[in-house]
Design a protein around this ligand. Sequence first.
Ligand code: AMP
Length: 365
Amino acid sequence: MRIGILGSGQLGRMLALAAHPLGHQVVVLGPKAHDPAMAVAEAIVAPFDDDSAIDELASRVDVVTYEFENVPAAAIARIALRVPVRPPRIALETGADRLAEKSMFRSLGIETAPFAAVDDEASLATAVRSIGLPAILKTRRLGYDGKGQRLLRTEADVPPAFASLGSVPCILEGLVRFDRELSIVGARGIDGSVVTYDVVENQHEHGILHVTRCPARAVPEAALAKARGAIEALLTRLDYVGVLAVELFLLGDRVLANEIAPRVHNSGHHTIEGAETSQFENHVRAITGAPLGSSRSIGASAMVNLVGRLPDLPRVLAIPGAHLHVYGKAERAGRKIGHVTVRATDDAERDLRLADMLALDHWSV
Ligand code: AMP
């Protein structure tokens, strides 16, 4: 088949690299000629609001997917008139609006941090009274990697925080004293079949994912079951096709859903070497109507994002079980320019190899 991808970053690149061995051709639409996906696919270089570029993409492919959440709704609507867009638009729209997202969790009985809608100063005051402080004020839209949010510790923080976010519609969330951050990635096929990957544990640095461990260490079985139940319920509710990720907070044996990503996810990159079928391949299988592949883990693995500056690459490759992915982006502080997955036979060996990798890391934000 011919697959169109909206977005030309590293996720698009890894999707294209997974699509080629399955016999598919890939056309990527993105704004910059030297973006990571452009080197491994047919490229249409144009902004996402360029109607003629959107029409060209639709005319050249059988199905369209996307690799980031903030694709303009108009572009998706225009494509959907001509070819199927997978995952469905409802997932993109819900994932792009924190209030709709949290409300969906609640309606499915999936636990979340306490939250309330904030539209103006009056509703902000009401929300602060009902949620209490400390709390986090987040813009409903266009937030990612910790951007578009403010921590409110005291009453004095409240008005300036809302003003500094541009007084746009927000949600206020109670601050969760979580033990650790987890996520789960799963896929649903056109026939409704579902696979879920092992629950992973994520460590962030300055709001950016630094390390993912698969499987997560010492998580109570009850919490793992809740994580699986949550993603299965979401995949069904959204009549989803493709890969979905759910970010979670672990609190004892409770898991609180924080957000969904209706796409392949950074906390699933280890599945390229650490699972029977990678998240990228399963996304491609799902959107092309093929049967899904096994999501079973192969040993234990850990993924380290390379942010800002690349480490000494030959030394990385000398670590047993290390797999390097460089995205072809220029080095710049705070930018994800590659990742390394270390794979091992068990958690203990994984953590030793991870320590060797972290000793070489030049994280720069
Ligand atoms: P988000 O943009 O919602 O993914 O949030 C970015 C990061 O902020 C998360 O990975 C958490 O580390 C932290 N965070 C977000 N919401 C909460 C919350 N309600 N309580 C505590 N920490 C949070």
